[in-house]
Design a protein around this ligand. Structure first.
Ligand code: SF4
Length: 300
């Protein structure tokens, strides 16, 4: 199958060309915010029809992020270190800190994002595939370039354009393509793209109290918080779960944007509940053993 697309990416002022070459195998890493824009499971069938041989959701990467966050927080709290840790999956937030608040780089939790983590997992299990991340975020393009474990990044807007250019229908009935996600699957981290999704799924009860955690989004709030740091601490908080976009990644700049944030949130929660109810035991869940010896920590 050969298909192509050409999309103007205003943020980087470049044209992105996504070309499926006949002699290559393609793997799609799909951000769970997809369900705010596209219907499940049809989106998986459409991606297969487009030319992706493997379609994986990012949620197992998010689970490994959570487990690594837990061990980093535990190690530092056990040592009695006084510091307010800042979540680091949002590359726009990371860039803001690097550029305007370099003294806070050491407060960023030194762990890969779910995309970075799944990139490492793909290098272990699918090293002969070209890995394409598809999500709501423009800045993931620079994160992918920096990490080198994900080959291409497309936004949902760009994906929609590819579907249109390649005449991929919204509902696929051809049984050759009607296969759901490949391994590695996870259910509870499907709420990661909603503000607070990370801390809600972190299972922190043995480490932190609710009052130790602050959940916030929006660039104005981030600036206020970073301006308010004193001696490595933001007030008395131990962990800040922060995202740049209002409402979280479900409101990222690469979303198509036909629905309100409220409606998108509802769709994500409904999708999580559906997975809990019907897709828990399909034998496709990613297990900790699958990621054994992969180091999910990184430096900023
Ligand atoms: S909050 Fe926005 S900028 Fe940050 S990762 Fe999500 S989509 Fe990207």
């Amino acid at each position: 199958m050969y298909c192509y697309g050409s999309v103007k990416c205003i943020f980087f002022l470049v044209y992105l060309i996504m070309v499926f070459e006949k002699d290559k195998k393609y793997l799609c890493l799909l951000a769970p915010s997809f369900v705010s824009e596209f219907d499940y499971p049809n989106i998986v069938y459409r991606l297969r029809m487009l030319g992706f041989e493997k379609v994986l959701e990012l949620t197992f990467g998010a689970k490994m992020v959570n487990l690594t966050y837990y061990s980093v927080l535990k190690e530092n709290l056990d040592k009695g270190e006084k510091k307010t840790w800042i979540s680091s999956p949002c590359p726009t937030l990371v860039n803001l800190i690097r550029l305007k608040y370099p003294h806070l780089v050491e407060n960023l939790i030194p762990v890969h994002s779910p995309m970075g983590s799944m990139g490492l997992i793909c290098k272990r299990f699918y090293s002969d595939y070209t890995v394409v991340f598809i999500g709501p975020c423009l800045t993931k393009k620079t994160e992918a370039t920096e990490l080198g474990t994900v080959d291409e990044v497309l936004t949902f807007k760009e994906l929609e354009q590819l579907f249109t250019e390649n005449n991929i229908p919204e509902v696929v009935e051809d049984s050759r393509y009607c296969v759901s996600f490949d391994k590695f699957y996870n259910d509870y981290t499907k709420i990661y793209p909603i503000s607070g999704g990370l801390s809600t799924t972190l299972n922190y009860r043995n480490l932190l109290k609710k009052k130790d955690i602050l959940v916030k989004e929006g660039s104005e709030n981030l600036t206020k918080i970073f301006d308010g740091f004193k001696d490595g601490m933001y007030k008395k908080y131990k962990f800040l779960d922060l995202l740049t976009c209002e409402g979280g990644c479900i409101n990222g700049p690469g979303m198509i944007g036909n629905r309100s944030v409220r409606e998108r949130t509802k769709r994500v929660l409904r999708y999580r509940d559906y997975a809990w109810q019907y897709e828990k035991d399909l034998g496709k869940s990613g297990q900790k053993i699958d990621a054994k010896d992969i180091d999910f920590k990184r430096k900023f």
